[in-house]
Design a protein around this ligand. Structure first.
Ligand code: GDP
Ligand code: MG
Length: 192
């Protein structure tokens, strides 16, 4: 059994919870409960006849739970950075997360997501600015909408598969252990 820890980060209200709900259960709700503490949902993906469990952690925005967010990042493998294309501030705030990531988790695999592209009329961040930023931080990138869904599930499945390809193959090469420790470590979070 192999666990991969995925953590969603980004300002409150950008749509982290909605994106996770859409990915896991293909649902969208206009009135999402605000996220008070982290919870995780699991998505299983097969790669080379072996089952991998992507444990997807939701977090609250940075204002309220800065210290907690640091705890949630323990042993992270994949970080999904989310901004709202209609809120410039949510894009600028990504720098805060990046500083935190570079300090503690420089090897994390990054994914950048510009959410709410159904509201493109209110756009404040150009798609090309998202792409440029993704190039700088060497991350995968998409614009999407938790509301309209269109490419989101396929995008994330694809990125997770690429991650497995990369990690499993490099593991074969140098027997680097990228995950199994998480089985124990995740117990630390059960109280949240
Ligand atoms: P979080 O604080 O980052 O977890 O954001 P939520 O998932 O709670 O979403 C905040 C608000 O934005 C809620 O009212 C959602 O219904 C709404 N929302 C989330 N994603 C989208 C989207 O893609 N398009 C639109 N129009 N609204 C969205
Ligand atoms: Mg939330």
């Amino acid at each position: 059994m192999t666990n991969i820890k995925v953590v969603f980060l980004g300002e409150s209200y950008v749509g982290k919870t909605s994106l996770i709900n859409r990915y896991i259960s293909d649902k969208f709700n206009e009135e999402v409960m605000s996220t008070l503490a982290g919870t995780y949902s699991t998505k299983s993906i097969y790669y080379q006849n072996k089952e991998y469990f992507f444990n997807i952690w939701d977090t609250a925005g940075r204002q309220n739970f800065r210290a907690l967010n640091k705890i949630f990042l323990k042993d992270v493998n994949i970080i999904v950075l989310v901004y709202d294309i209609t809120k410039k501030q949510s894009f600028l705030e990504l720098q805060y997360w990046l500083d935190l990531i570079l300090e503690d988790h420089p090897d994390a695999y990054l994914i950048l997501v510009g959410n709410k592209d159904d509201l493109f009329i209110e756009r404040e961040i150009k798609k090309s600015d998202g792409e440029k930023f993704a190039n700088v931080i060497h991350s995968a990138f998409t614009e999407t909408s938790a509301k309209d869904s269109h490419n989101w599930k396929a995008f994330l499945d694809n990125v997770f598969n690429n991650y497995l390809k990369m990690s499993v193959d490099s593991k074969k090469d140098n027997d680097k252990d990228f995950d199994d420790d998480n089985d124990n470590d995740s117990d630390d979070y059960k109280d949240f």
